[in-house]
Write a protein that binds this ligand. Structure first.
Ligand SMILES: [Zn+2]
Length: 303
């Protein structure tokens, strides 16, 4: 178990890379956990260092509906009877897991739906458990927890429901899956948006924060966030160049592009090929929008 102390009230329990995530723990008037995707045993061990237990959790806040972020919510709710808080888009998805699957692109007609469910159940067990959100928040809502105030900050693109959470004292932001990893931005669902993602990054870059907290970096606090976000955002352009190069080399369709995967170069899992396909589809749409590629009766061509 490892954790980072940011202030006397704010801690990060490190979950790290997918299929886990970093969980924020706030110890103030209430015990709040944001995104319980770190191992439950690690959360329990951390709370013990503060003379607290899992059953003492008062509130769980969800940044968005991804299984690696909501993983242990239902279980912790069963243990502690804590309140579950999510935004107006996330809440109905959490309350109805079929809606969640549809939202993520895995409706009943999706050929890899069963494999995706298997991946979630093997590596993010608990994420598909039934549960109910108790409190719905909207953009810019504030939570006063005594010495700490939180404020929601909608930051779509990764998914339409993705939000960051500002921690007003000491002026930090949990940026969740605007995670500043070397991999770069993830927009691998039909309703992800490259344009929205870039805009969300831009808004964070223009903020005057003391630092950002990544949902996946093992060293989660990023102080030089303006440069790190710029490098992170650049990955989008680099990928788009590779997609354009593939089309210029003669790839005429999405499957012909993904035959040599760009996002996940060593992928073997069909679920990841689905994520790759959705990401490439966003890039092709972007290239068509910029007038660099044309779609001639289903055949892609560089202009
Ligand atoms: Zn996510």
């Amino acid at each position: 178990m490892s954790f980072v102390k940011l202030t006397d009230n704010v801690y990060v329990v490190i979950g790290g890379a997918f299929p886990k995530c970093n969980s924020i723990v706030i110890i103030a008037d209430e015990l709040v956990v944001i995104d319980p995707g770190c191992p439950v045993e690690d959360l329990r061990a951390f709370l013990m260092t503060q003379d607290l237990q899992l059953k003492d959790i008062n509130t769980i806040i969800l940044s968005h509906i991804h299984p690696d972020h909501i993983t242990h919510t239902a279980r912790l709710n069963r243990l502690s009877k804590c309140r579950i808080t999510a935004n107006e888009i996330t809440a109905p998805l959490f309350n109805d897991k079929e809606e969640m699957k549809r939202f993520l692109g895995f409706d009943k007609g999706n050929p890899v739906r069963k494999l995706w469910e298997q991946l979630v159940n093997e590596r993010m067990y608990g994420a598909l458990d039934e549960g109910r959100v108790d409190e719905i928040v909207i953009n810019a809502d504030k939570f006063s927890l005594g010495e700490v105030t939180l404020r929601t900050f909608y930051a779509p693109g990764h998914l339409p429901d993705h939000m960051c959470i500002e921690i007003l004292e000491p002026n930090l932001v949990f940026t969740s899956d605007i995670d500043m990893t070397e991999f770069g931005p993830y927009y691998g669902h039909p309703n992800s948006s490259i344009l929205d993602f870039k805009e969300s990054i831009r808004k964070l870059q223009h903020g005057k924060y003391n630092g950002l907290i990544s949902g996946h970096l093992k060293e989660p606090l990023v102080i030089d966030y303006k440069e790190r976000l710029a490098a992170y955002s650049r990955q989008i352009g680099l990928r788009e160049d590779l997609v354009l190069a593939a089309i210029m080399d003669g790839a005429k369709s999405i499957p012909e592009i993904t035959a040599n995967p760009i996002i996940y170069p060593s992928l073997t899992n069909p679920v990841f090929l689905q994520f790759e396909t959705w990401m490439i589809e966003h890039h092709v749409a972007s290239l068509i929008g910029k007038g660099l590629v044309e779609d001639h009766r289903g055949e892609l061509k560089a202009v």
